[in-house]
Write a new protein. Structure first.
Length: 163
């Protein structure tokens, strides 16, 4: 053995296997579909594999958020966002025109309180907003405005939305 190596004690790995079920028992037989009653056969709709609820289609312009599909688009193109970037953008889009302090964003999006010892630094919000602006692109980065000495405000494409 070379002088740089260290010999560690051998620990046998304990492998537990589930008990085997004899072949031909109920656990190994495929489940048969339940018979359909006669009254249900007449009224049943034909099964269509492509029959899904139609999702909203994103608009061709502006920032659009769909929480059910976990999708954010800008001018029709999908954004590749992290979990927190998506949450912050969703918070901004749903609260347009309102100024939010960094601490308010930490408590609303991150879930940390001001006196929480595990709370990240408020400058973490600045870093995340910088990354979010970069991903929004040059056409839409101005939508997240910096409110000096306060925090941030989202300006929507349509000014009548902000109230």
């Amino acid at each position: 053995m070379p002088p740089q190596t260290t010999a560690l004690p051998y620990r046998p790995r304990l492998v537990t296997t589930p008990p085997r079920t004899p072949v031909g028992t109920a656990a190994t037989l495929p489940r048969q579909p339940a018979p359909v009653p006669a009254h249900a056969r007449a009224t049943a709709l034909p099964a269509r594999p492509d029959h899904r609820p139609t999702a909203q289609t994103p608009p061709r312009s502006g920032v659009w958020i769909d929480r059910t599909a976990w999708l954010a688009t800008v001018d029709g193109r999908a954004l590749q966002l992290t979990y927190l970037e998506f949450e912050v953008l969703d918070f901004f889009v749903h609260h347009p025109g309102q100024a939010h302090s960094r601490q308010a964003l930490l408590s609303s999006v991150w879930g940390h309180q001001a006196d929480d010892a595990t709370s990240p630094d408020v400058r973490t919000v600045d870093v995340l907003v910088t990354r979010l602006r970069r991903k929004l692109g040059p056409e839409h980065r101005y939508r997240i405005e910096t409110v000096r000495r306060v925090g941030y405000r989202y300006r929507p494409l349509d000014p009548t939305v902000a109230s």
